[in-house]
Design a protein around this ligand. Structure first.
Ligand code: NAD
Length: 418
């Protein structure tokens, strides 16, 4: 298989799907339905830039499967967005919602743009026009976006406001990950990383590894990566390395995550943080550590570097960080990979809580949310671990089997329309 094929996220998602479908003896008819997204919308739309010129941007919204409930999934702003990437991320969202048992299907969106060189005004105009373009398929009952790479609560607020202006009344449940003041949920900002911590605790228990003192290395220092650093540090772990697009930093006695975050906010990168050694972007994946948390992007652990991964647990905060070839290498080495659809499902779970709270206009406290999240993450971890033991397979295959069988059952029971 060529490298391009391996690193195309949609091909990766299909490869993982077929592996699980084979193990489940899924019929060819059911595979035919589940392989393809239900809907793919491409939009090209003009935005006026600050210099007065017009630039046309391309965006996507893909809904993979909605048999278990409305489509749900984040929106990504990046120059690297492709339709195949959005299709893969939408499919993974379907499996993710099924594996944690929340009543949503999968979707994803993206706009090809570089938010780092855009002004807040340009980003707002882009967001409002993109929202308008995709509003023919999103709504609180059909498809609910959320944050992903390079989008944040402010972007979610613009989406909510634009959609509400069209409706003529406030519609907070159309998007999650909003600021608290307009119907966001307590605990949403930390939810993905909190979920990563909950399942990592369970994985560590399985191999009798105490989290206190465990060395953690994190790729990506954004929403998820920086929060994971803080939470794992508070848990007593030593965060020995972190990175962003420009490079990484390493300190074997442990970094202070809040100081690193302040440094990144001031300097634009984690690089050159005092009392640490600069390392390469890829080095964070290979340095000596007990827990590796990829929290950046897809296809970073591949056949080329998997055998140099030293961690005993890889907790996939990012979506699709490990290629199928790398999965095989890690499994043979005895590394526990907590797959993305399980490890980072805390985000969509608290997004589900936010949607429920918006619909009922009744809001819960952070303790209640964290307790419910922990229950859901632990229950999903236990179900996946049991399946992995039953089939003597890795946790990704087990999680996919569990998720795909749930989606297939819903699809079967509803029947084929007309
Ligand atoms: P973000 O934009 O806030 O942060 C991404 C970070 O990764 C940044 O620090 C960036 O510099 C770094 N990065 C990007 N490409 C990199 C590379 N090639 N090498 C090293 N660092 C790189 O995004 P986020 O919301 O934290 O999302 C990170 C990952 O987590 C994505 O895969 C996303 O799909 C996944 N995820 C996010 C959520 C959520 O709630 N935000 C939920 C589930 C999964």
């Amino acid at each position: 298989m060529s490298t391009t094929t391996t690193l195309n996220p949609y091909h990766m998602a299909l490869q993982q799907f077929e592996l699980a479908a084979d193990k489940l003896n899924l019929s060819e008819d059911m595979r035919e339905i589940l392989r393809q997204p239900k809907r793919e919308l491409t939009v090209n739309f003009p935005v006026r830039l600050d210099n007065g010129r017009i630039k046309t941007f391309t965006g996507y919204r893909v809904q993979h499967n909605v048999n278990r409930g409305p489509a749900k999934g984040g929106i990504r702003y990046s120059p690297e967005v492709t339709l195949d990437e959005v299709k893969a991320l939408a499919m993974w969202m379907t499996w993710k919602c099924a594996v944690v048992g929340i009543p949503f299907g999968g979707a994803k969106g993206g706009v090809i743009c570089n938010p780092k060189i855009m002004s807040p005004g340009e980003l707002e105009r882009l967001t409002r026009r993109y929202t308008t373009e995709i509003s023919i398929i999103i709504s609180p009952r059909s498809d609910i976006p959320a944050p992903d790479v390079n989008t944040n609560p402010q972007v979610m607020a613009w989406i909510m406001d634009t959609y509400s202006m069209h409706e003529g009344y406030s519609t907070p449940a159309v998007v999650t990950g909003k600021p608290l003041s307009i119907g966001g949920s307590e605990g949403r900002n930390d939810a993905t990383a909190t979920g990563v911590l909950f399942v990592t605790r369970q994985a560590a228990k399985r191999i009798d590894m105490p989290l206190k003192g465990a060395r953690v290395s994190i790729q990506g220092y954004g929403n998820v990566g920086a929060t994971a650093a803080r939470l794992f540090h508070n848990e007593g772990c030593k965060v020995v390395a972190v990175s962003d697009t420009r490079g990484g930093i390493y300190n074997e006695v442990g970094l202070d995550p809040s100081s690193v975050l302040r440094h990144k906010q001031e300097q634009g990168s984690v690089l050159n943080f005092r009392q640490s050694q600069n390392i390469g972007v890829q080095d964070v994946l290979e340095i000596p550590c007990d827990i590796l948390i990829p929290a950046a992007t897809e296809g970073v652990i591949t056949a080329a570097n998997a055998d140099r991964v030293q961690a005993r647990i890889v907790a996939e905060a990012a979506n699709g960080p490990t290629t199928p070839e790398a999965d095989e290498i890690l499994y043979k080495k005895g590394t526990i990979v907590i797959p993305d659809i399980l490890a980072n499902a805390g985000g969509v779970t608290v997004s589900y809580f936010e949607w429920v709270q918006d619909i009922q206009s009744f809001f819960w406290g952070v303790e209640e949310i964290t307790k419910k999240l922990e229950m859901i993450m632990n229950r999903a971890f236990a179900a996946v671990a049991e399946k992995a033991d039953q089939y003597s397979c890795d946790m990704r295959l087990a999680a996919n089997m569990l998720a795909i069988s749930r989606v297939a059952e819903a699809t079967q029971i509803r029947g084929i329309y007309p």
